[in-house]
Design a protein around this ligand. Structure first.
Ligand code: C2E
Ligand code: MG
Length: 641
């Protein structure tokens, strides 16, 4: 196999690795070769001692064995190179040059030790040189050029000598030498091909095995350890920490809203972002700490030692996590995009009572979840209470799934009134008939429903059920029905089509359906909200902004969305008579909404004093316990019929 062919054959394999293996094989045969050279040179010198000038013999013997000494020295140097050390190409060149020089010494024997008058000695010389050549190709063929130069330099001089003798037998001998040389060169090439092929195969096998090993333990995208490797090393680290009485920490890092970035900018940008995130996390930790990609957009960091004292270590870990979090302040640049990303980090300190790698990760994950619940972009340290809360949430989640299947939900209705105490609308409020705990209000379950995503099917049920009730109220065609929409529902891509479908199926007039959304839902993602609200308005449904006054949005910005109604938050309404600040805020809201021709309703009216005061501020719609509490549809019907 020639060099270019070798290169194509070994395109997968690393050429340097192959060359290094060639040299290693060639050098490993050096002790035996040098011993053979010594024995052969002694025998040859002894046999020819009577026939050839002693100067020639001694000079040749010294030259040959000095070279052997030099080759021995090289061999010793080469064996000192450690496995895994970078291979220096000079060894490859040295292997060729020293093999050629060794061939040349046997070539020199063909000139200096050629007994012109004794055919027997000539044949003996030929026999030795031929034998050396045949023997050499076995070991030198791993590097074709080394074998070829050895054979040609060893044989050519003696061939010329024989031809110069020029008698009948010498011509025949010369032809035999040529045939013999061609034969061993051919064999050498064959040996070389076989050797390289097996080397390349072995190398490819090594590469494949390495890749499989690395795929099993490392994340292909970020090159960080994967979940499996991380958990394995975490177990060892926990044992070590316990032995040395050290305190360590585990961070569970989750990217906030990564899915939205992935969906909007595409997977390849998402992938690149994950790589940069991994780099950024790694740049903030010490060498002895380990970062790993745990799953999708979740990373973990293990800090094997942050101190000896659990309490101080907690603060220290919190500080380090804060630094990682702060490092996300500057945006990521990918292609033409500047991506602003935040992270939520859960921190757990070990040793803990109930340890084990799986538990520890679970605790850090729980703390991370709490960080997310508190509005993302934050760090939370794990506490046992958190675990209890998580357990409770899990139980609620399971219960909610069942509640949907077993129809345990019911809608309650709370009327809304005008200044003349006439009912103008109703708000549908969800209730859960829990099999053990009785009737539950949303405060017990709505957050879990939202976080688990169950709010989407539950919300669909609410809209459908509300519309079915609305259809039964067709005797009072002015009555409007409000339904609360959760952030997750609002962002759900199928939200519009679901409402359209429900309106069609129940046949209600869309203008009598009012959807209550919150300011933050609109402001958090203005572009998407504009699209959704536009669509809803085109369907003919009305939009109300619930709990207004608790966010930071201005009425002017909300006016852009052509909302139909503002519901003033109970926190501004309750005790308004004793709060001049709240009174001024409500008055300002009333002035602006009147000017913008947006309906306003004061929520949470609990006393007649509040009601009277609100009326003085020009408020003309009210909802609250003072006027009517939420109740079943039947109770509501009894109020209006
Ligand atoms: P919200 O939309 O602000 O609903 C009004 C809540 O205030 C209701 O509580 C109601 O009972 C209560 N309320 C009304 N008047 C007064 C009053 O004078 N004083 C006091 N202290 N409270 C009053 P509820 O039914 O427990 O609902 C709580 C929240 O749960 C609702 O707040 C709404 O955000 C959410 N929710 C209710 N039903 C649904 C639903 O079907 N879907 C979604 N996504 N959320 C819902
Ligand atoms: Mg509401």
């Amino acid at each position: 196999m020639n060099q270019p062919l070798l290169e194509t054959h070994a395109k997968e394999a690393n050429l340097t690795d192959i060359k290094s293996a060639q040299v290693r094989t060639l050098f490993s045969a050096i002790p035996a070769s040098l011993a053979t050279i010594l024995i052969n040179s002694v025998i040859l010198s002894t046999i020819l001692w009577q026939e050839i000038s002693h100067t020639n013999i001694v000079a040749w013997f010294l030259a040959t064995n000095s070279l052997s000494l030099f080759r021995w020295y090289l061999y010793r140097q080469f064996t000192k190179i450690n496995e895994g050390e970078e291979f220096d190409a000079i060894w490859y060149q040295l292997a060729i040059v020293t093999s050629a020089l060794s061939g040349a010494t046997w070539g020199a024997a063909g000139i200096w030790l050629f007994a012109e008058h004794s055919i027997a000695h000539q044949v003996f010389l030929l026999f030795v040189i031929g034998g050396m050549g045949a023997g050499a190709i076995v070991t030198l063929s791993v590097i074709l050029r080394a074998a070829q130069s050895f054979v040609l330099l060893a044989v050519t001089p003696v061939l010329i000598q024989i031809m110069l003798v020029n008698n009948q037998i010498s011509t025949a001998m010369a032809i035999m030498i040529i045939l013999f040389t061609a034969r061993i060169l051919y064999s050498s090439k064959k040996l070389y091909d076989t050797f390289i092929e097996s080397l390349v195969n072995a190398h490819e096998r090594d590469v494949a095995e390495e890749r499989i090993r690395s795929q099993a333990l490392y994340d292909e995208l970020t090159k960080l350890p994967n979940r499996r490797l991380f958990l394995a090393s975490l177990d060892q680290e926990l044992a070590r920490a316990a032995r040395h009485k050290r305190v360590g920490a585990l961070f569970f890092i989750d990217l906030d809203r990564f899915k939205a970035i992935n969906d909007s900018l595409g997977r390849s940008i998402g992938d690149e972002l994950l790589v940069q995130v991994a780099d950024r996390i790694c740049s903030r930790i010490r060498q002895e700490d380990t970062a790993a990609r745990f799953d999708g957009d979740k990373f973990v960091v293990l800090l094997p030692e942050i101190g000896k004292n659990i309490k101080i270590s907690g603060e220290q870990a919190h500080k380090i996590a804060n630094e990682i979090q702060k490092s996300f302040d500057s945006p990521f640049k990918i292609q033409q995009h500047e991506i602003q990303l935040t992270i939520s980090i859960g921190v757990v300190i070990f040793p803990l009572e109930q340890e084990g790698s799986a538990n520890l990760v679970k605790y850090a994950d729980t703390a991370m979840f709490e960080a997310k619940r508190e509005g993302r972009d934050s760090v939370r340290l794990y506490s046992e209470e958190m675990q209890d809360a998580t357990e409770r949430r899990r139980i609620i989640e399971r219960g909610l799934k069942k509640a949907l299947e077993l129809s345990e939900f019911e809608l309650y209705f709370q009327p809304q009134f005008d200044g003349a105490h006439q009912i103008t609308g109703i708000e549908a409020l969800l209730r859960w008939h829990h099999p053990d705990k009785g009737l539950l209000t949303p405060e017990f379950f709505i957050e879990t429903a939202e976080q688990s995503g169950l709010i989407v099917p539950i919300g669909d049920w609410v809209i459908r059920s509300a519309c079915e009730h609305l259809a039964k109220l067709d005797f009072d065609s002015n009555l409007e029905l409000s339904v609360n929409i959760s952030p997750r529902q609002f962002r759900n891509l199928e939200f519009i089509s679901n409402i359209t479908q429900i309106l069609l199926e129940t046949g209600v007039n869309p203008a009598r359906l009012k959807l209550e959304i919150t300011e933050s839902m609109v402001i958090d993602n203005i572009d998407q909200s504009v699209g959704v609200i536009d669509h809803l308005k085109r369907l003919g449904v009305k939009i109300s902004i619930d709990n207004f006054g608790t966010g930071y949005s201005s009425l002017i910005s909300l006016a852009r969305f052509s909302v139909d109604e503002i519901k003033i938050d109970p926190s501004l309404v309750q005790g308004i008579t004793n709060s001049p600040e709240n009174a001024i805020i409500v008055e300002t809201i009333m002035l602006t909404t009147n000017h913008l021709k947006i309906d306003t309703i004061a929520e949470g009216v609990e006393t007649s004093a509040d009601l009277d005061f609100l009326k003085k501020l020009n408020c003309n719609k009210f909802q609250g316990f003072y006027l009517a509490k939420p109740d079943s549809f039947e109770v509501f019907l009894s109020l209006i019929i």
